[in-house]
Design a binder for this molecule. Structure first.
Ligand code: NAP
Length: 319
């Protein structure tokens, strides 16, 4: 079969022939792959920098996909752990990590949106007891996961959703996707802190795709602006687009009712993540949650890797 193959962590995958995988065990199933998202998580596995990376090469990148079984069933699936991912003409699916999609579902839309969408879907439904009427700030709302988080928070009943990010055009668009307010993270640090404290000081939940400098600024800004410091604030760390580390002054943990947690592989079990997939796939398939996919042939994987995408756009490779 043809596949994208990584032979060195220093170079993008190349389109090559590769032995087709073989299904084994009670739950294994071979599918034809129809569409695969090029998510940040896929890039970090392909350059060896993801926290789950064990250095095995060669590898086929791709952590999820939409595929079709020999019987014609359409599936969204999360790849099994290991070196053989989904950026290939064929992949082995573990049925326990797959959900059936209704006939007619657009494979490209689902491949683009499930990974970024599940980050906030799982966080709000599994990591905290999120109640309708709550208020949510999304840090990094201008990316794919962030723009879906705005929509998902609204969909799950948030009374107020605020999106913070840099790109001014994407910030404008967020209002049409359900954000009540947007905050620019660009500019002078004390202005940014004032804007964050003023607009989001009383939120119940922060969904954080950034970490690094913006989070280090936002945390004290929000906590010191809180009208009632004993009101619970759940800060859910999901991505680290702006940095791997922050410095956390100890007083922040004493001066307000802050709970810091993460959401992702490990803090949520695979079974817990998979349990959330059917409901999210239904919402994406129905068009309720908007994404902006850029479909490209898998044969162009090397160019796709190097070409920068517009903010809020997700490359989807088609074998
Ligand atoms: N834990 C999970 O379950 C899970 C699941 C999916 C994704 N993730 C993680 O979530 C993160 C976002 O994923 P994504 O799919 O949304 O990626 P994406 O579409 O590439 O968006 C990332 C956004 O981050 C913003 N950004 C980058 N550097 C920044 C900085 N220094 N300061 C402020 N903003 C910055 C950019 O916004 P501007 O254009 O405004 O600059 C960009 O649009 C990634 O780290 C990904 O690995 C985690």
């Amino acid at each position: 079969m043809h596949a994208a193959v990584v032979r060195s962590f220093d170079t993008p995958p190349r389109y090559e022939t590769f032995p087709a995988p073989e299904a084994s065990g009670e739950h294994g199933l071979l599918v034809d792959v129809l569409a695969v998202g090029l998510h940040p998580r896929v890039r970090s596995a392909a350059d060896g920098s993801h926290y789950t990376s064990d250095g095995t090469l060669p590898l086929i990148p791709g952590i999820d996909a939409v595929g079709r079984t020999a019987q014609g069933e359409l599936l969204y699936f999360v790849a099994s752990d290991g070196a053989l991912g989904t950026m290939a003409e064929q992949a082995v699916v573990d049925r326990r990590r797959a959900v059936t999609l209704p006939p007619g579902t657009d494979p490209v839309a689902v491949a683009a949106a499930m990974n970024p969408g599940m980050s906030s879907w799982v966080a709000l439904r599994s990591r905290i007891d999120f109640r309708p009427g709550g208020s949510v700030l999304v840090m990094g709302a201008t990316g794919n996961a962030g723009q879906l988080a705005v929509q998902i928070a609204r969909h799950l009943g948030a009374a107020r959703v605020i999106g913070a990010g840099r790109d001014p055009r994407r910030l404008d668009l967020l209002k049409s996707l359900g954000a009540d307010d947007v905050i620019s993270l660009d500019g002078d640090e004390s202005d940014v802190a004032d804007r964050l404290g003023g607009a989001a000081g009383d939120v119940d939940v922060v969904i954080d795709y950034l970490w690094g400098r913006p989070t280090q600024q936002a945390m004290p800004a929000l906590l010191t602006a809180r009208g009632d410091r004993s009101k619970a604030l759940a800060w859910i760390q999901i991505g680290s687009m702006a940095g791997q580390d922050i410095t956390l002054p100890s007083f922040l943990l004493r001066a307000a009712n802050l709970t810091l947690m993460g959401s992702g592989q490990g803090s949520v079990t695979t079974a817990g993540i998979v349990a959330e997939l059917p409901s999210l796939a239904r919402e994406i398939g129905s068009g309720a949650l908007a994404v902006n996919p850029l479909p490209l042939p898998l044969a162009q994987v090397e160019e796709a890797w190097r070409t920068p995408t517009a903010p809020g756009q997700r490359v989807v490779l088609i074998p």
